[in-house]
Design a protein around this ligand. Structure first.
Ligand code: NAG
Ligand code: NAG
Ligand code: NAG
Length: 465
């Protein structure tokens, strides 16, 4: 066999193969960390300090290098394949890479053994992260000794009193509270009463940070500590696929074959767990409307398809509503439902446009948006939440309003991208440039480094052990 591509290394080939296998049997991969699902749940997604670092950070020297031999304790509210815990694990591994001592505790664990927890814990142990029980003297000592304690999600606040008891005040000045939630029910004193006294809070987008400022003041009568906005970055693994044209081609063909669509059909996809908050219902209405516009105006476009990646049976009523709509409008051959998956690369390689249709206050951040942009996809997004901080209207995508008022604008935007091929491709390329400029893992590491430095300075930064 000829070997024309020197960059097409064996390792990479195996990796693509693995992705394909994983895709084919739709199981769960543990090596692709991502956080696109439920980004406003106590799971989820990460931007630049409100008043902080410049976005173009040199990548030559690791910005976290100063964390070498520092002791860090991470408190996760749970351990599962959801955005929040996986993101904290990413941070744990970034810190391990520069030689920090990292200890991990999971506050809420099911009483009996759990396969996923077992695998995730093993993965941490393999990378030298020490795993301790949530409670007990050893854990309290670790908290007292740590240079930094990272509490992940608002709900993790319950750990403080329950475990540290009278030692709470000693630990608070070195706590970084990483918050990903934007729903009313997390605004409970029970969770966040210590928030004003921690060193800093870190929040995934400016919109979410403002929301927290308002709600804590108006609903709970407490004041936020110094708050940094830290946007997320794309993992190296994702970028590897996104920047490999051969891999993308293979995945694209494979997924299209699986979906039963041709290579020149146009695919618009939502990749989010199916729920009303993510707006799949309004997307389908917009998609249907766009088909009508095309038919009425006799516009020449390739065959168009809607793909909904993120079905599971946790929302049977909503899921049934979506499927009924499709049957009622007789668009079964144009709408494809795909089960929820953590492996999104194959789908990003296969589609032409990402739709980010999250409703109400939108996404806290919306990691799938930067992932799609890495694959040079234009984004049709709601003008809400983190999306407005990622997508530049008319440049890297087109924004529409949330709610029913957004359906017709979305339909028109779908038609626009279907008819203006050159514009669509240009938007995708601009999105990619934007991601390379500010939404890469090294940018995220740089932003987090800035926050950690400030905290160490504030808390006296006593060095480890
Ligand atoms: C926060 O409150 C201010 C003033 O009350 C308001 O203008 C702003 O829109 C609010 N922001 C959010 C995100 O709710
Ligand atoms: C999708 O999920 C449903 C329910 O969880 C399951 O019955 C079905 O087999 C899954 N489909 C595929 C293709 O894995
Ligand atoms: C996006 O830009 C277009 C063109 O300037 C404008 O008509 C539209 O209202 C903008 N959308 C949002 C949601 O800002």
């Amino acid at each position: 066999m000829a070997k024309p591509h020197s960059g097409w290394a064996a390792v990479q080939k195996n990796w693509i193969l693995l992705l394909l296998i994983v895709f084919s049997i739709s199981t769960i991969v543990l090596f692709v960390y991502r956080a696109a699902f439920d980004s406003c749940e106590p799971h989820s997604d990460v931007s630049v300090g409100k008043i902080s670092v410049s976005s173009s950070m040199g990548s030559s020297e690791n910005p976290l290098a100063f964390m070498r031999s520092r002791n860090v304790l991470m408190v996760s509210h749970e351990l599962s394949l959801t955005g929040g815990p996986l993101l904290l694990m990413e941070l744990a591994f970034l810190l391990r890479r520069v030689g920090s001592q990292v200890i991990w505790v999971t506050n809420q664990k099911p009483s009996e053994g759990n396969e996923i927890i077992y695998r995730l814990e093993n993965q941490m142990l393999d990378r030298g992260v020490q795993v301790l029980p949530a409670k007990g003297q050893e854990t309290v000592d670790a908290a007292l000794k740590a240079d930094l304690v990272v509490l992940n999600t608002a709900v993790a606040g319950k750990w403080l009193d329950a475990v540290l008891k009278e030692d709470v005040p000693h630990v608070l000045p070195k706590v970084l509270w990483w918050i990903h939630e934007m729903r009313g029910h997390y605004f409970k004193l029970e969770y966040v009463k210590h928030l004003p006294f921690v060193a800093s809070a870190m929040i995934d987008s400016h919109t979410t940070a403002q929301y927290w400022q308002n709600r804590t003041r108006e609903k709970l009568g407490i004041k936020m500590p110094q708050t940094y906005v830290v946007h997320l970055g794309n993992s190296k693994e994702l970028m590897e696929v996104a920047e490999d044209n051969v891999a993308k081609r293979v995945l694209r063909d494979h997924v299209r074959e699986f979906l039963g669509v041709r290579s020149d059909d146009l695919l618009f996809a939502i990749i989010n767990s199916v729920s009303r908050g993510k707006g799949q219902d309004l997307f389908l209405r917009g998609f249907y409307e766009s088909l009508q516009i095309i038919q009425e105006q006799k516009i020449q476009v390739p065959s168009m398809h809607a793909v909904i990646v993120g079905s599971d049976m946790s929302q049977p009523k909503f899921e049934a509503e979506l499927r009924n709509f499709v049957v009622e409008k007789r668009i079964q051959d144009r709408v494809h439902f795909v089960n929820k998956t953590l492996t999104v690369s194959p789908y990003l390689a296969a589609i032409d446009v990402l739709v980010q249709n999250s409703q109400a206050r939108g996404e806290c951040f919306g990691r799938i948006t930067i992932e799609a942009m890495a694959f040079q996809l234009p984004v049709l997004g709601t003008a809400a939440g983190g999306t407005t901080e990622i997508v530049v209207n008319e440049s890297t995508g087109l924004l529409h309003l949330v709610g029913k008022d957004g359906v017709t604008p979305l339909a028109r935007n779908i038609v626009k991208l279907a008819t203006h091929v050159e514009r669509r491709l240009t938007m995708g390329r601009k999105g990619y440039v934007r991601v390379k400029e500010r939404f890469m893992e090294h940018h995220m590491a740089g932003r987090i480094a800035h926050v950690l430095k400030d905290i160490l300075k504030k808390s006296g930064g006593k060095s480890g052990s």
